[in-house]
Write a protein of this length. Structure first.
Length: 377
């Protein structure tokens, strides 16, 4: 049996090695390192894949979120509602822009932001909602978009973990996550479902005017060299990363199907286990692309299980061990522990098992047997 890895980027590379190597060699020979043909081609190909009018590549996923908010011209003190149970980057950029983060609880099954918690958190100062499609699972965008329309709010999708997932609207239309709200963002960090070999990110929108503003922001506020029309940043996807992403993009659906197949194998092994709750899934699972395969261990053994797996050489992760409202940087007297019952329970129970495109059945069998034997001991 191969060594079990949390993410196997080497195995994935072997299938696209020639294309990646040839593209990188060509970039070095032409020296088109920034905004070269590879970046422009990737932008167009991703627009086509997502069915969105505008993709604006940038340097990383955190920048993508920040730039999306800058493009909407949110002002210091404006309130932005987002999930308490997610990675810090989502709230980090809100604070960096001197906006007011408003953290709310999540749903117990999907782990995504709870629309009813959003409703309760809206005030006259609320200007935007940031739903996170956590672990690859599509948030409840039908209700979120209804709430946003009712209160005239922007919706900024954090799609860093769910690229390629589908959203089914009430009008029976299907969209890719990240293209539903006013603007979406994603990360191309190497471990993502569509990952580069370094940092990278992108912003998506169907709004022509917003796209124009964002294109200036990513390039020091310039539309013409040395003419700075808006306050901007330096955040550009380099040609090397674009070349890697171009090689991977045609395989993204295949990658996501491989993740789903692995998730279904996990589910079969864990079926009927009293103290192990498998990830929620809807329908045929096209709304979940399993960036992570995350269990809930409900008998208080989660931390001991993490230690046991590490001792057995089986990697795992706890995403996330501390709620954002309890993080030192984001503690706020406005928050009441009673408002976060789901998040406060999840941080004690969740554990993510190895999930990537190269997982093999004998690896999954060993992982599951080890988990089941320990949890039931």
């Amino acid at each position: 049996m191969k060594k079990i890895q949390m993410v196997d980027l080497q195995g994935q590379y072997s299938l696209i090695k020639d294309q990646v190597n040839n593209s990188l060699q060509e970039i070095m020979e032409t020296s088109a390192y920034i905004n070269g043909p590879e970046v422009q081609a990737f932008q167009k190909e991703l627009e086509e894949y997502l069915g969105v009018k505008h993709v604006i590549p940038c340097a990383n996923g955190t920048d993508a979120l920040q730039i999306a908010m800058m493009g909407l011209d949110l002002k210091p003190g404006d309130e932005v509602i987002t999930a308490d149970f997610t990675f810090a980057a989502t709230v980090e950029v809100i604070a960096l822009l001197q906006l007011t983060p408003v953290l709310v609880d999540v749903e117990p099954d999907t782990f995504n932001i709870d629309p009813e918690a959003i409703r309760r958190a809206i005030t006259p100062k609320t200007k935007a909602i940031v739903p996170v499609h956590l672990f690859g699972q599509t948030a409840n965008m039908n209700t979120i978009m209804e709430i946003a329309k009712e209160h005239d709010l922007y919706v900024i999708e954090d799609n860093a973990q769910a690229i390629g997932a589908d959203f089914h609207s009430k009008e029976a239309k299907t969209y890719k996550t990240g293209t539903i709200g006013h603007v979406g963002s994603t990360s191309f960090f190497p471990s993502k479902n569509l990952g580069a070999y370094g940092d990278g990110g992108a912003i998506f929108t169907n709004d022509d005017d917003l796209a124009h503003i964002i294109r200036g922001i990513v390039n020091h506020g310039m539309y013409e060299r040395y003419h700075h029309d808006v306050v901007g940043v330096n955040s550009r996807l380099d040609s090397f990363q674009a070349a890697v992403l171009r090689a991977k993009l045609p395989n993204l659906d295949m990658y996501n199907e491989a993740r789903k197949k692995a998730a279904f194998m996990y589910n079969d092994y864990f079926k009927g286990q009293e103290h192990i709750q498998i990830p929620f899934r809807s329908g045929d699972c096209d709304t979940h692309v399993f960036h992570q395969y995350t269990l809930k261990i409900t008998n208080g053994k989660r931390d001991a299980l993490v230690k046991h797996l590490n001792e057995k050489g089986i990697p795992c992760g706890v995403y996330y061990p501390i709620p954002l409202h309890s993080q030192k940087a984001y503690v706020d007297a406005r928050y009441n522990e009673a408002d976060f019952p789901v998040t406060n329970q999840l941080v004690k129970e969740v554990i993510s098992l190895p999930m990537h495109t190269e997982l093999e059945e004998d690896q999954i069998e060993l992982i599951c047997k080890t988990v089941i034997d320990f949890v039931n001991s």
